[in-house]
Design a binder for this molecule. Structure first.
Ligand code: PEP
Length: 248
């Protein structure tokens, strides 16, 4: 039985003080959650939000990690730096990083292996563009992202995969629950072929893309969907809490 995980991706939103206010509002609203809960915050918010989350059931996540342990990599953050503040999850390969910051399956792979080595749980994002979906390339694109981005992982169930169709991120367009379920089933099947069927059964695969307080129940009712990576709707505590409490 896979325990669902609902994670907020704040992206480049919330100063540290705004982030602390947000999690302080959120904590009592999600304290009885039946799923794993996390907020993935801007790097500079990490110390303050880590302090505010102490004693709560909300785990802390980052939005990127460098693959080297240390050195001349101006602007980058290492896994050890994240770990010192109790960071548990790290988003890797978000489509915005692929689109604007030159992230490739190769760098996704390096970051994922480094995060696993350090004991972080990578949330690896994969997904197709609208053009790729409309021209029937979705499965090829996802299979390539899995084969190349997750190469060399010994146990795929140690990571979380976020299926995020690019056309649904921040656009208000959600994949239908059936579309998301079917595509996640394909991702699981591919993980079974690339890794092992048992690990594929265990790996948690989230849906991400305009998931919100209104559509979360329908999406979360799907058997293959093990949670959500939530952008916009994670910035308002009541909305995010409604998603976390989707089963209530
Ligand atoms: C995301 O940032 O991963 C995301 C899914 O954003 P949104 O929920 O705003 O579409």
């Amino acid at each position: 039985m896979r325990k669902p995980i609902i994670a907020g991706n704040w992206k480049m939103n919330n100063t540290a003080s705004a982030g602390v206010a947000l999690v302080n509002e959120l904590k009592p609203l999600v304290e009885n959650a039946n799923c794993d809960v996390a907020v993935c915050v801007p790097a500079i918010d990490i110390p303050a939000v880590a302090e505010a989350l102490k004693g709560s059931n909300i785990a802390l996540g980052a939005q990127n990690v460098h693959f080297e342990a240390k050195g001349a990599f101006t602007g980058e953050i290492s896994a050890d730096m994240l770990k010192e503040y109790g960071v548990k999850y790290v988003i890797i390969g978000h489509s915005e990083r692929r689109q604007y910051f030159g992230e490739t399956d190769e760098t996704v792979n390096k970051r994922t292996l480094a995060a696993l080595d350090a004991g972080l749980v990578p949330i690896v994002c994969i997904g197709e563009s609208l053009e790729e979906r409309e021209t029937g390339k979705t499965e090829d694109v996802l299979a390539k992202q899995i084969r190349e981005g997750l190469k060399g992982i010994d146990d795929v169930s140690k990571i979380v995969i976020a299926y995020e169709p690019i056309w649904a991120i921040g656009t208000g367009k959600t994949a239908t629950a059936e579309q998301a379920n079917e595509t996640i089933a394909f991702i699981r099947k591919t993980c079974g072929e690339v890794f092992c069927p048992k690990c594929a059964e265990k790996v948690r695969i989230q849906y991400g893309g305009s998931m919100n307080a209104k559509n979360c129940k329908e999406l979360m009712a799907m058997p293959e969907i093990d949670g959500g990576l939530i952008g916009g709707a994670s910035l308002k505590a009541p909305d995010f809490a409604t998603i976390v409490n989707y089963d209530k």
